[in-house]
Design a protein around this ligand. Structure first.
Ligand code: PRP
Length: 185
């Protein structure tokens, strides 16, 4: 697995430090609110588990399973909500947590649904990585771990073809290890 990584972008200790900083900021900003932290599966699973423990507030967690890629690297351009909470989020601040903000389609679609259909009082967004160069839908996350260039990153939850999620660091995948397309993440 490690031999497929061209270079390490963010080592474990750097990620740990940054996630703790995000947790401190969220603890400060969200105090007094009725908070639900919503993980977008599968990519956010590692980030979510760490971020959750860095927020020193009473909160609830929930999960949505959302997919935007038709194949391993090619975005279908359509966001499929495979599993989504059916509860009413009236009066609640929902913080959507994802691993990476790329074209913005996934997050925009989830935020819209939470606001319009689940009646969330407020919706915030937290992403570990922000690949701004690839944005199609104008969207700025409220909490961002690190900006990243348009390179194919894996690890710490991020995958290629559902693999590499268990790498403890975030690295750039070697070109020979994936099929490059304009829509690859
Ligand atoms: C990835 C990633 C984000 C989304 C970002 O999910 O986890 O949810 O794409 O892309 P976008 O900004 O262009 O919408 P993916 O659909 O690959 O599923 P996964 O979380 O299971 O990896």
């Amino acid at each position: 697995m490690h031999q497929d990584i061209q270079s390490v972008l963010f080592q474990e200790d750097r990620i740990r430090t940054r996630v703790k900083e995000l947790g401190v900021a969220m603890t400060r900003d969200l105090a007094g609110r009725d908070v639900v932290l919503l993980a977008l599966l599968k990519g956010s699973v590692v980030f979510f588990a760490d971020l959750l423990r860095a927020i020193d507030l009473q909160l609830k967690v929930d999960f949505a399973w959302v997919s935007s890629y038709g194949s391993a690297t090619v975005s279908s351009g359509t966001v499929t909500l495979k599993v989504f909470p059916d509860e009413d989020f009236s009066g609640k601040t929902v913080v959507v947590v994802d691993d990476i903000l790329d074209t913005g389609r996934t997050l925009a679609s989830v935020v819209k649904k939470l606001r319009e259909e689940r009646k969330a009082a407020d919706v915030r967004t937290a992403v570990l990585l922000d690949k701004a160069a690839r944005r199609v839908v104008p969207l700025k996350a409220d909490y961002v771990g690190f900006p990243v260039d348009d390179v194919f990153v894996v690890g710490y939850g991020l995958d290629y073809s559902d693999r590499y999620r268990n790498l403890p660091y975030i690295g750039v995948l070697r070109a020979g290890c994936y099929s490059a397309t304009p829509e690859s993440s």
